[in-house]
Design a protein around this ligand. Structure first.
Ligand code: KG4
Ligand code: ZN
Length: 352
């Protein structure tokens, strides 16, 4: 069976065709709205919604053409149903429902976070349960993935997400948007020891994250240099910011590994997913950590880490296999926690 996946929850308009047998990914088209948002230094929801509307039809056409199929060969439509910028989610869900209705095929509303969570199983044969570090521009969570639609949250951020920390840091350093890749590039020629920054939450017993203090520390470090940064300053601060974020993520993940193995001694795998999982310093730190804990480590290829339609189509396939289909009355959700039973955390900017 071939599933068309549609992703419109942030600033990528994406569509993909994925099958339930190898080679799973038949096409994976991502139109990045970067150019439209860059003048504002971040994603503008209204601009994103309009851009999705303008680009979604051609992106779907390209995905079908690249897979060498027409609508007649699509067995089901999966679309991100939330969480995300609601204008964009509405565009994707409405389009998906219309196609599903016109073609008489099932419609699956996919939680964007579940798309990231299950992307590991599209990349490699990962068995449930596994421990997931989900790090993106909007989310920063540690979840035990017990099965399709079954999650246990171990930790979340009490303010910013890891990707936000990269993005806001890059803005402070004048490195442009999006920040993650820019920081990673600048960090290559920098020395973190020349510009030490705090490492948030280290050693705490819970598995939560916090990055707003780090952002303030970076701002103060920039101000201390009179606001004028040399190339070398920029590189050192970028290296230090990356080191602090990676150290904090690794420390929180180590804490979560202990809790995961406590609950599931047979657990075998640590998975990282989401846009920040593209970061090489983070990947190698987590790989070491997993090895030390006797766990395997899976990080999907970069194209499956940042937002894409293939992970949504794949999550759709996993849900269909589990007998989960949605009605055309599904209402797009701006918020949609993976583990609704998780105890809310307290913090200045708690999201979900
Ligand atoms: O998953 P994603 O594409 O969109 C969301 O669902 O948020 O993640 C985007 C985030 C951005 O904050 C971006 O700066 C970050 O992922 N990112 C990176 C890297 N590539 C993308 N962060 C660190 N290092 C990278 N190489
Ligand atoms: Zn995402």
């Amino acid at each position: 069976m071939l599933v068309l996946g549609i992703e419109t929850s942030c600033d990528e308009t994406a569509a993909a065709v994925v099958g339930d047998t190898p080679p799973y990914i038949r096409s994976n088209i991502v139109f990045s709205q970067l150019a439209e948002h860059r003048p504002y230094g971040g994603v503008v929801p209204e601009v994103a919604a309009r851009a999705h509307l303008a680009h979604l039809d051609p992106v779907i056409e390209r995905a079908l053409a690249a897979a060498g199929i027409g609508f007649g060969e699509v067995g089901a439509i999966a679309a991100t149903g939330g969480p995300g910028l609601i204008g964009g989610v509405i565009v994707g869900v409405t389009e998906a429902k219309a196609i599903a209705f016109a073609r008489g095929v099932p419609f699956v509303a996919v939680n964007h976070l579940e798309g990231h969570a299950l992307s590991a199983r599209l990349a490699a044969p990962v068995e449930f349960p596994y421990l997931l570090l989900l790090v993106s521009g909007g989310h920063c969570q540690l979840q035990i993935v017990e099965g399709v639609g079954r999650y246990r949250r171990l930790g979340t951020t009490i303010d910013d997400a890891a990707g936000e920390a990269f993005d806001k840091g890059a803005k402070l350093l004048g490195l442009g948007y999006p920040g993650g890749p820019a920081i990673e590039r600048a960090a290559q020629s920098g020395d973190a020891r020349r510009a030490p920054l705090p490492r948030p939450m280290l050693g705490r017993e819970d598995c939560n994250f916090s990055f707003s203090g780090l952002k303030t520390a970076l701002r103060l470090a920039v101000e201390k240099r009179g606001g004028r940064l040399s190339q070398a300053d920029r590189a050192d601060l970028a290296a230090s910011l990356q080191e602090s974020i990676v150290a904090s993520l690794a420390d929180r993940t180590a804490q979560a590994i202990a809790q995961f193995l406590d609950r599931y001694p047979e657990g075998k795998t640590l998975v990282v997913a989401g846009g920040v999982a593209a970061n090489n310093a983070l990947r190698s730190r987590l790989e070491q950590l997993a090895a030390k804990s006797g766990l395997g480590f899976v990080a999907p290829p970069v194209a499956l880490c940042t937002d894409n339609g293939a992970m949504i189509a794949w999550a759709g396939i996993e849900r269909l296999k589990a007998g989960l289909v949605d009605g055309l009355d599904f209402a797009p959700r701006p918020r949609w926690p993976l583990d609704p039973a998780a105890v809310p955390v307290r913090g200045a900017g708690v999201k979900a």
